[in-house]
Unconditional design. Sequence first.
Length: 254
Amino acid sequence: MILAPESVSGFAGLLADRSRAAICLALLDGRAWTASELAGYAGISRPTASDHLNRLVAAGLLAEVRQGRHRYVRLANAETAELIEHVAAVVGRPAPVRSLRSARAADALASARTCYDHLAGALGVRLFDAMVAAGLLDESGGLTVTAAGRSWFAELVGSAAVRPTGTRPLARPCLDWTERRTHLGGALGASLYQQLVTRRWVLPRPGSRAVGLTADGEQALTELLGARLTDDLAAPSVAVRGQHSAVPARAAAR
């Protein structure tokens, strides 16, 4: 199949505008936003934001969600999110830090955050490296889940998580824009992140893509993977009250 140059240049043109790029980066948090919220984030007027959103929706990068009279937009799908994250990793550069608050926010995002619906940042990269080292993932011929990995994920996340459904790849290497290394994307990366949140091993930080690793999560993942993920990591942990989420007995014994 021969691609039309116009399709590539048209896509590049959409992201070439600073405001549209800011909107797409904001939507990497996986939520649906209103035009007013995105206008405030990008520093533009609401009519201007609406015009940008219409173009992004028409191009298939964003999807519209209507609730009553309210209109929300989100990234069209996980593949779009991973593409934007990949572009940011290749050509992006950090925004200038102008205050202690913004410096702390940047550190939190770099330490651990979501990339749409899976774990990214230094914590996501270290988790990926630990899974490769433990023989759960294999990078030798493109990313695959090993037989041991299928058993490990099935026990931790559920057997349905290791059965591919739809068109989304089961496991996809996603280039991390802050680390310039790989974290786990694809359907399995999404299922794993949801399980980490459900077990309260990882907790989202309010109003941000940043997430924090709880003490229970640090202990459990260390036992599951035989490697500490937080050595020299910039303050990823968060305090949480509640019972310890037990590590699956057979997984912990590996």
